[in-house]
Every structure is written in C-alpha cells, then in structure tokens.
Design a protein around this ligand. Structure first.
Ligand code: MIG
Length: 798
C-alpha cells in the first residue's frame, strides 16, 4: 500500500536495539537486532550522510545527483561508545546515536541542538512493489522555518506545508499546486537564526511535511528506495547552499549571449515569420540574442528533422540570423515517432534503445508526433547515441542551443500523464522500474543533450534548457518554470519560484515572461519584463493561442518600458556574468531571497517578494495592477534608490513610490556596479571603457567584476580578468583600491567612474599617488571620472 497522507501507519516498523558497530575510515556502521544497518559517513566536517537498510546489507550505492568531483575529507573524526549512546564528532558537529532505538540528534560544538529525530527512521513494507516506504521524522520547534525544494509554487517559507516530488507536466498550474515539473529534495531549516540543510537523495516519489500534519514534526518519506539523506551544517544559509551546490555540482559558464534576452513563441514559422520577428527587434531597438523554434519546425514533430516547406534551407536561415546577432535555439522532445521510414526511430529500434514494459514490449505513448517510443536515457549507451544525433543540427546547421521539453516524461491522453510505472530502465546498470527512474528521466535526457551540443559546439560553449529536472541537473542545463499563466498571481509565483530554484542549486532559471497560457494585458507584460530582466534566464514565451507576445503586440508605452528594462539588463551584463562566476566557483546563488541575505534579521523569515540580484542590487517587483508604488522590506544597511539616487536606511518596511516605467530597485551603498553600453546583442559593439557606477558610502565595501572572452574555454586556462575594488569612504575622502587577477586582457582601455552620492565637492584627485589635473567645472557638471584601466589606487579628496 502506498500512503501519501498517513505519516504514521499502524504497519510501521522501527529499528530495534543497536547490537554492534564498526568504524571503517570515514564511515561508521550500526547494526540493530532486527537487521537494520545505519551507515553514517563523514563526507566533510560539516556534511554527514545517513543511509539505512532494513535487509541486513546495502544495495549498490549509486546516485545521479551527486557530483563525483564534490569535495570530501575532514579534519577531525572521533567515535566514542558510551553506556547508552554512540557519539561521532567532527571539527564542526557532534552526532549522538541512541543504542535503544537508533534515533539521532546532531549538535554543534557549543551543544546547541541542530537536528533531532522524532520517531526517526521507520518504514512500511510494500508487498505489492517489494521494498519499503521509507520514512523519517524530525522534531521541530516553534519558530523553525523551512526553505528550498526547487520549483514549488507556494510561499518562500515552507512552514506548515506538505509538498510532493513527482516530475509532472502541469499545464497552467496554480498557486499551491503539487507536484510540479522539477524534483529537488533539498531543504534548508532555520532555527534560532542558525541554518542547516537536508538533502534526501531518493528518486522515488517523495513527500515533505513541514509541521503540516503535526505542529512540531517535520518529516519526509519516499515510496521506495533507501532512507538516504545528507545533513549539512551551516550555521549560515550561505554555507548550507554552497555545500549542497558543491555536493550536487555546478555548471560551466554559459556563453555570455545566453544571459541576454531571448524571444520564444509556440511557434515561429515559417522562415519568413522568424525573419519578421528578428528584424522587428532590430528595428525597435530592443536588444535580443536568441530566437526559438518550437515543435513546428520539425517534419511531423520528428526530432532532428525539418519541415522543408516552412524551412527550406535551415543552414542558410540560421546563418542569416547569426549575421544579425541572433542565436537559434530549437526544441527537442523525448518522444520518437513510431515510423519505419524515420531514421532515428529505425536506429533506436535496431539498437534496442527504447524503454520497455515489464513484460517485454516497447513502451508506447502518445505525444505530439502521435504514437511514440521513448529512449531510455538512463542507459549510458543510449545517452552516447543521443549525443551523437546533434551533429547535423549543431555542426552543420549552426544551431546554438537546445531546448528539452516534455521530459517529465509527459504522455498525452492517459490519466497519470506519464509512463506506466512498470516500465523498465537501465539506471546506469542498476535496472529498475519507472517508479525509481521517473524523476531523473528529464535530467538524463538533458545530460545526453548537453554532451552532444557541447561536443559539436566546441570550441564554443553549449546552451541547454530543460523543463524537468532532478537535483544535480544544474551541471548540464538551465531551466524554465514550465507552463505558467498570464495572471498577476503567476507573476507572484514566478518571482518566488526563481528565487527558490536559486537557493536549491539550480540558479540558471527563469519563467515564461508574460505567461505561457492566456494573454497578458500590456500592464501585466510590463510588470513581468521588469522582473524578468533580473532573473538569470530571461525569455518571453507564450502558447501563441491568444495572440502575440512580442513587445510590439502591446502599446507604445509598453514597448518603451520593455526597451528600457532590456537595455538595463544589457548594461548589467558584466554584473550578471560576475554573479554567474560566483555561482559556479563558490556555489553562491545568483538571486538571494531576503532570508538568505540576512538570516539574523527575523523580519526576513517570511518575506517573499524582495530579493537581492547578485550581491548588491535589491529588487522588488510590482505585483498588482494600477500601482503607484508599494510597501516593501528593505534589509538592514544603507541603500540607494536606483532611480532617484536617494539614500535610505534599511531594516524596516517602507513605502516606495514608483512610476509605470519603474519597479523598486536599490543599490547597496559602497557598491561599484560594472556596466557595458547598450548593445542589440552580445558582441555587437566594441567599446573602449567599462562603466563603473560607484555608490558612495562612509565605510568600506568590496565589489568584484569577472570578465573573459564571453565564450569558449580559455577562461579555464586562466584567461579571465577578475577585478576587486575596495572602497573606503570618509567624510570628505574616497579611496578606491583595485586589485587584478587573471591573464585575460580586456579590450577596453579605461574606466568611466560615475560618482553617485558623493557628499563633498572634489578638490583633489590622486591616481597611484600622483595628483591629476582637474577640470572642476566638468566634474561638477557630469560627476564622472575617466581613469586608465591600469590604475591601482584612486584617492579623491574634498
Ligand atoms: O504540450 O512545444 O512547456 O514551452 O511551447 C505542449 C510546445 C508542449 C510545452 C512547453 C512549452 C512549449 C510547448 N510544450
């Protein structure tokens, strides 16, 4: 029996007394008298894995989520047996395991309790499927908060919610709807201002209950597999997220163009329509880097084919688009049309690459092409074959990115919307049913796609986007939040989803700007693009059923505001690229929910709308029609209103006036924000200066700028430029120190420094200890300085 409502079931079984233990290098095994084994592995001092079996032995240890290159190793480990418990201690935490019932508690070294089993591990045997429904319950104190779990369409703080993880094609999903497209069984707990993380690495259908069923209990369970989870010690949320991201992996840098604006619709065809749209962008002077071809570019929805009537010469078209600065991205679905004349189908059939039912026949399901078979991407040989299929698209035709859809996997006209559960999968040599492979199917497809596109795009970087994902998918792909709706409520949802994905390790995410289903009003589209330019992935997409969703489908005012905000995104590209670098280098999420930004301030614990974009820009969308401003919480510290340059003191909720062509945006005092000139696409212009917006602060502040060749892999050989600006502001003085690293010589030769909020009149400037001649009049008029990029120290006095 599968239970998804009853946490405590009368058939539940529990570990009995611990009768023996062994310590083997980084792991300690505890054996109970009823054949339960608990294996505690010290991955790092602050990262501990707990794995249970009820069979008396462990099955093969295999995970798609864990990045093989994650850091491991600890500084200290001590295992001590006491009269009625065992103690495992590292340099960060202490773990107590009770002999009588195997229950666990984890403390920091000051004896603060971080995590405590309530019932702890228990299970229910499943006669029907074999194996267990594995369960875990933890005691939770009043005031504890919970965050994370990927794409959930609910409030940021998950306290009081029950959530389900089962990748689902959820067209026009609603607020609170469960489950959605992605599965990230990772959450962050926050208690007494201390954060910890739990990653439950189980790919079966899983559930998390955050004090919903019982007020002081948090629990999680899975409909099969092992109780296998990682505890991550903070105490800063930053450390929890960074450790989780290290454990499940980071992407490589995307090509810079992928951080530009993308335009999509279901579907742009024929070729003349694609050209019309791209030309219109250039004419309207709204920057755009990528144009998408949805399913209608194919011949009868057969993957890797072209409809020759609509697209007679794809290679020529793609090249012409490229000349105009457009990168072409095409959709590829998992369903392969059953058609003996179709080479992809024939080859997969010959090689036996399709998923099979338990009794032998190939699994058959209806999707866009009609009856299809589906490659088993959990088979490494199938992934290799799939990767090879991209040769023509990428090498010959010149497509720059691939969009994987329908990979939950989605099946039409069947009640469960997906494969039957008896379908067999290779699971990289650990054969299993769809119950276990379902949640990773999409990620394995995206992984195979990634390897193919990467191989044929070389020496350029690949770009992949997926709808479904399991924890760790960020190593291969970006993602979008699926089929949302053009409604104000969905704008609220998108804002939270993208922030939540960001702290769940999968930062390169965005929503369909304007909404996929239904038609946005001009005002809703405006408010959405104003938020969307601050999302790591920025794409307008719509189902096309209800009219057009290009900027010019709306009135002139909307077009102007869209241009203004897309321009801003293009100006902020070096800032955006730098945050991407920090994400891949240090696991720092690109968007920071307020609770992440300042967990010590309890005012942030239930905030949803405001977030920090990168490290220094605070953004809060307008989520209602007819707004002339809104109330928002400005976190502690000093912030400049981006539009007025007025300084405010945070740590309080306040009203912020806005106009139709603004949303609340604040810049942290002391920041240096790097900017490029507006370009219609990445690489359009050569420019000779990097703009630095300097926001004066009394005190110190550090800002960094990462740059490289914007594509290719030279950055891995040290050919990047990493600038660190350290400013120190005093009452009538400002010092800027610049430190450089890396072997990339940026093409510009100077900085244009805009001095914002300087509280004194400049009387003297020294560059590297040499006084420079001043044109005081010009300085007072323009408030900027031009400085050679080789400077080390700039000293401004009033
Ligand atoms: O059944 O390819 O989420 O972005 O435009 C619909 C057509 C299939 C769903 C995707 C959407 C895409 C659409 N697809």
């Amino acid at each position: 029996m599968i239970t998804n409502t009853e946490l405590e079931f009368k058939g539940d079984l529990y570990p009995s007394k611990i009768v023996s233990f062994e310590h083997d290098v980084d792991s300690v095994y505890f054996h109970s008298s009823n054949s339960v084994i608990l294996k505690v592995t010290i991955v790092r001092d602050s990262l501990i894995r707990f794995r249970y079996t009820t069979k008396g032995y462990f099955s093969n240890d295999f995970s798609y989520a864990i990045d093989k290159s994650h850091s491991h190793g600890y500084n200290f480990l001590e295992v001590i047996e006491e009269f009625d418990f065992f103690k495992i201690q590292t340099s960060k935490v202490k773990c107590i395991i009770q002999k009588i019932d195997m229950r666990i508690s984890v403390f920091d070294l000051k004896d603060n309790i971080l995590l405590e089993d309530e019932l702890g591990f228990h299970w229910e045997e499943s006669y029907e499927f074999g194996g267990n429904i594995v369960k875990m319950s933890k005691a939770s104190k009043d005031g504890e908060c919970f965050y994370g779990l990927g794409d959930k369409a609910t409030q940021m703080n998950l306290k009081g919610k029950r959530l389900e993880n089962f990748a689902t094609d959820q067209y026009a999903f609603q607020k609170e709807q469960e489950p959605l497209y992605k599965v990230v069984p990772f959450y962050i707990g926050l208690q007494h201002k201390q954060a910890y993380g739990i990653f439950f690495d189980n790919t079966f259908r899983t559930f998390f209950d955050f004090c919903h069923e019982r007020r002081n209990v948090t629990s999680f369970w899975a409909e099969g597999g092992e109780m296998n989870y990682y505890f991550i010690h903070g105490p800063k949320m930053e450390d929890v997220v960074a450790s989780y991201t290290d454990l499940t992996g980071k992407p490589e840098l995307p090509p810079l163009w992928a951080l530009g604006y993308h335009q999509c619709k279901w579907s742009y065809f024929p070729e003349s329509n694609v050209k019309e749209v791209t030309a219109k962008f250039r004419e309207s002077k709204i920057p755009c880097d990528a144009i998408y071809l949805d399913i209608d570019y194919m011949d009868g929805f057969r993957c890797f084919t072209w409809n020759k009537e609509y697209f007679p010469d794809p290679k020529r078209m793609v090249a012409e688009l490229a000349e105009n600065g457009f990168k072409t991205v095409v959709i590829i679905d998992p369903g392969i049309k059953i058609d003996k004349e179709y080479s992809v189908y024939k080859e997969a059939l010959e090689k036996d690459y399709f998923c099979k039912r338990a009794d032998g026949p190939y699994m058959k399901g209806k999707v866009w092409p009609g009856e299809c078979n589906f490659p088993d991407y959990t088979n490494p040989e199938v992934r290799e074959w799939w990767a090879g299929l991209f040769k023509e698209l990428i090498s010959d035709i010149g497509v720059k990115g691939v969009w994987n859809d329908m990979n939950e996997p989605a099946v039409m006209e069947v009640p469960n919307k997906t494969f039957p559960m008896d379908v067999r999968h290779d699971y990289d040599g650990n054969p299993c049913s769809h119950r276990k492979a379902h949640n990773v199917y999409g990620t394995q497809m995206a992984r195979a796609t990634y390897h193919g596109v990467k191989r044929f795009a070389y020496p350029k970087r690949p770009f992949i986007i997926t709808r479904s994902a399991y924890a760790g998918a960020q190593r291969y792909t970006s993602s979008w939040t699926g089929d949302n709706v053009a409604s104000w409520e969905h704008l609220w949802i998108a804002n939270i989803q993208v922030q939540r994905m960001s702290i769940s390790g999968m930062g390169f995410t965005g929503s369909d700007i304007g909404g996929f289903a239904e038609q946005p009003s001009g005002e809703l589209y405006t408010r959405w693009i104003q938020l969307g330019v601050f999302h790591p992935f920025c794409r307008t997409h719509s189902s096309g059923d209800h009219g057009d969703q290009e900027p010019w489908a709306f009135d002139l005012e909307v077009i102007d505001i869209t241009r203004k905000f897309v321009n801003l995104r293009y100006q902020l590209l070096p800032y955006l690229y730098t945050m991407f670098w920090q994400y891949i280098e240090e696991g720092i999420p690109m968007l920071k929910p307020l609770v992440y930004y300042d967990q010590a301030d309890t005012q942030t614990h239930y905030r949803n709308d405001e977030f920090v974009f990168g490290n220094q820009i605070l953004v809060c969308p307008i989520l209602e029609p007819n707004a002339i401003g809104r109330r928002m919480y400005v976190p502690r510290g000093q912030w400049y209103n981006y539009w007025t340059a007025k300084l405010v003191n945070g740590g309080k909720e306040m009203w912020v006036d806005t106009k139709y062509d603004e949303i609340p945006v604040f810049v942290k005092a002391g920041s240096i924000i790097p900017k490029y000139p507006v370009q219609q696409y990445v690489g359009e212009l050569e420019f000779d200066e990097l703009i630095l917006d300097l926001y004066y602060k009394e005190g110190k502040e550090k800002s960094v700028v990462y740059e490289d060749a914007q594509d290719g892999y030279d950055y891995k050989k040290g050919r990047y430029s990493f600038l660190t600006f350290q400013i120190t502001g005093k009452v009538s003085e400002l010092n800027i120190q610049l430190h450089k690293e890396g072997k990339y010589d940026t093409p510009y030769s100077k900085y244009k420094i805009n001095l914002i909020g300087l509280p004194f009149k400049i009387k003297r400037i020294e560059i590297d200890n040499e006084e420079v001649d001043l044109d005081i009049e010009a300085l007072e008029r323009d408030s900027y300085l031009i400085v050679d990029k080789e400077f080390n120290a700039l000293h401004i006095t009033g």
